[in-house]
Design a protein around this ligand. Structure first.
Ligand SMILES: [Zn+2]
Length: 246
């Protein structure tokens, strides 16, 4: 059985002499691992279309274990746009690894994760916003879609909103799921600046008017908290995160 789908190439690894196994996040079939035959030969008809970051239109043949890629056309070569900028490239790598880790079930449709990743890579390539902020916004949203939505307004434990005019809740704890009020705060919680909590909420909602004018100190503090939140929800840390300056 042949089928078509579009996908982002998440990663690849070698198989035998000339083939690769390509891990894909597809639009309609979720995470799919498929064989690309002869892709490592210089004469391969796939060219560089099955490299990580590429947004491809695919035809696949269903197999008993792994499907086989029979056709691939490039929709957007995101690697080209990212390749020249170290910060954008490394941040993009974290996005691919995060998608790979959050979408765990094979063939379980995950349209929202697919659209978030395409949108995130497009923003990372376009260069209109800081790479760290495109990454942080993507991480918060993909975690939310995966069922780990952080709370930056209501207390994550008791649900109360801060008093009007009092600014956001002052404590943040990844294991509790977001900000905490003074009553609920637990030992070991971070105590970010109120502007940082507002920035985190803006990153989650995609309010770029707020994000783009934020102070570098707040950008750094929010990135640290996003990283802490992400590590809490992933069993193992991300390899690619080590290369991103936070
Ligand atoms: Zn509370």
């Amino acid at each position: 059985m042949l089928y078509r789908d579009e996908a982002i190439v998440l990663r690849t690894h070698k198989l035998g002499e000339a083939d690769r196994i390509i891990t894909l996040l597809t639009r309609q079939h979720g995470r799919v691992r498929a064989v690309a035959k002869g892709v490592r030969r210089t004469t391969s008809r796939f060219g560089s279309r099955l490299e990580p970051f590429t947004h491809v239109d695919l035809q696949l043949a269903e197999g008993r274990n792994l499907d086989t890629i029979t056709q691939a056309e490039t929709i957007a070569p995101f690697a080209k746009g990212l390749g020249l900028d170290y910060d954008r490239y490394t941040a993009g790598t974290v996005m691919l690894e995060t998608a790979d880790r959050l979408v765990t079930e094979e063939r379980e449709p995950s349209v929202q994760q697919f659209l978030l990743l395409v949108g995130g890579l497009r923003a990372m390539t376009a260069g209109e916003h800081g790479p760290g902020q495109v990454l942080d916004s993507y991480l918060l949203r993909s975690l939310s879609v995966a069922g780990y939505a952080p709370s930056f307004e209501h207390c994550a434990r008791c649900g109360t909103l801060p008093n009007p005019g009092a600014g956001p809740h002052r404590w943040f704890n990844p294991s509790m799921g977001g900000v905490l009020c003074a009553t609920c705060r637990v030992p070991g919680s971070a105590n970010p600046a109120p502007e940082t909590v507002a920035l985190l909420a803006a990153l989650l909602s995609g309010d770029w008017a707020v994000v783009d004018v934020a102070h570098p100190r707040q950008l750094k503090e929010s990135s640290g908290l996003v990283s802490a939140y992400l590590s809490w929800h992933l069993e193992r840390g991300l390899k690619s995160m080590a290369y991103v300056e936070r």
